[in-house]
Design a protein around this ligand. Structure first.
Ligand SMILES: *Cc1c(COP(=O)(O)O)cnc(C)c1O
Length: 368
């Protein structure tokens, strides 16, 4: 049995007719740019996160960058973030002209280590960016305390954690603002690139809505730096249908994760789930030595797997100018060599999980 790494087709098939009807309605109305669905999606997604405002954007990267800019971050400033994340988290900081200051991760949650973040603060530090990586909320109690104590702004990178909860509160409601990617394979994904920024600060969201639309709220009156970063009406129409399924889909991911955890015990290191948080398993990341050999074996057996991420940010050629070298963030580096993301999607079935587990067990047995 082949098991794909993700299966978007299985997700979309049951709602295809509903989405097609919404797309047809947009074509009828012709309101392709900042149409009705954009404002509706913003209201619905903000409410979902338990905040009052949202701005629909063209990507998660734009949500991070414009959120930082709206908080006044730019040249000469420093923003603290984890070394183990997708490149976009750091790229958004660089795009504003500020310097990304990387820190190591906590070995249990894989998220930013609050103590290392505290040590990285300098007089130039303006903000901290916790990333809720793989769907697991970062340790928000410590991070919020640190931000308060040091007078830092906070932007959450919630691009992998739509619907995740920390102490019963959805992520996206902790920072001054929070960015979500709506890339197709994310827990909530459009049919192309899209993103959204949420906040309880109406002025901040207004500023981002101005940025995204050529620095204007009134046509041809450009009061802020002009960007074109709008969420398409068509994508918003798709997202509104999919948002209604998000909780059910996240439950499907959690069910698959529980089955994996039980059946993989003793074979590979499975992820820990904090007792005060609800993990939404954007990815199911295990660890094992000889990871490359295991990945090759899975591939031969028709099981898809991916590395998130094979090279930490501080060792990427594009960030050579930060002046880091191997050894700077030992946990991040050790994990980059041992992590493996197994197939994970809401409709992942018991038989598919069984096929993945059998393939891993066979590999272990062969090496024993
Ligand atoms: C996907 C992702 C982003 C960027 O999203 P895009 O929509 O591709 O720009 C940012 N941060 C993290 C952690 C992500 O996983």
């Amino acid at each position: 049995m082949k098991v794909p790494f993700v299966d978007l087709h299985a997700l979309h098939e049951p709602i295809a007719a509903e989405i097609q009807a919404e797309v047809s309605a947009v074509i009828e109305r012709g309101d392709f740019i900042l149409g009705e669905n954009v404002a509706r999606f913003e209201e619905e997604f903000a409410a979902y996160c338990g905040v009052s405002h949202a701005a629909g954007l063209d990507s998660g990267l734009s949500a991070l960058e414009l959120g930082l800019r709206a908080m006044g971050i730019g040249e000469g400033d420093e923003v603290i973030l984890p070394a183990n994340t997708f490149i976009a988290s750091a790229a958004a900081v660089s795009a504003t002209g500020a310097r990304p200051v990387l820190v190591d991760i906590d070995p249990v949650t894989y998220n930013i280590d609050p103590a290392s973040a505290d040590q990285a603060v300098t007089p130039r530090t303006k903000a901290i960016m916790p990333v809720h990586l793989y769907g697991q909320p970062a340790e928000m109690d410590s991070i919020m305390q640190l931000a308060r104590k040091r007078g830092l702004k906070m932007i959450e990178d919630a691009s992998q954690a739509h619907g995740a909860e920390y102490r019963g509160r959805r992520v996206g409601s902790f920072g001054d603002c929070a960015a979500f990617s709506l890339y197709p394979a994310k827990n909530l994904g459009a049919f192309g690139d899209a993103g959204v920024l949420v906040s309880n600060n109406a002025d901040l969201i207004d500023k981002v809505k101005t940025y995204r639309n050529y620095g204007s709220l009134k046509k041809y009156h450009h009061v802020e730096q002009p960007f074109n970063r709008r969420l398409d009406t068509l994508q918003a129409a798709v997202l509104r249908v999919k948002l209604r399924k998000l909780d059910e889909w996240n439950q499907g991911r959690r069910r698959a994760a529980a089955a994996y955890r039980e059946r993989l015990a003793g074979l590979v290191e499975t992820p820990d789930e904090a007792t005060n948080a609800m993990h939404v398993y954007h990815l199911f990341v295990v660890r094992c030595n000889e990871r490359d050999a295991l990945q090759a074996h899975l591939s031969e057996r028709g099981v898809g797997s991916v590395l998130h991420y094979p090279i930490p940010i501080h060792l990427q050629p594009c960030y050579a100018s930060l002046g880091h070298r191997e050894g700077d963030f030992p946990i991040t580096e050790q994990y980059a060599k041992t992590i493996l993301s197994l197939p994970m999607f809401p409709t992942l079935g018991d038989e598919q999980i069984g096929a993945v587990v059998d393939a891993i067990r066979q590999w272990k047995t062969e090496r024993a």
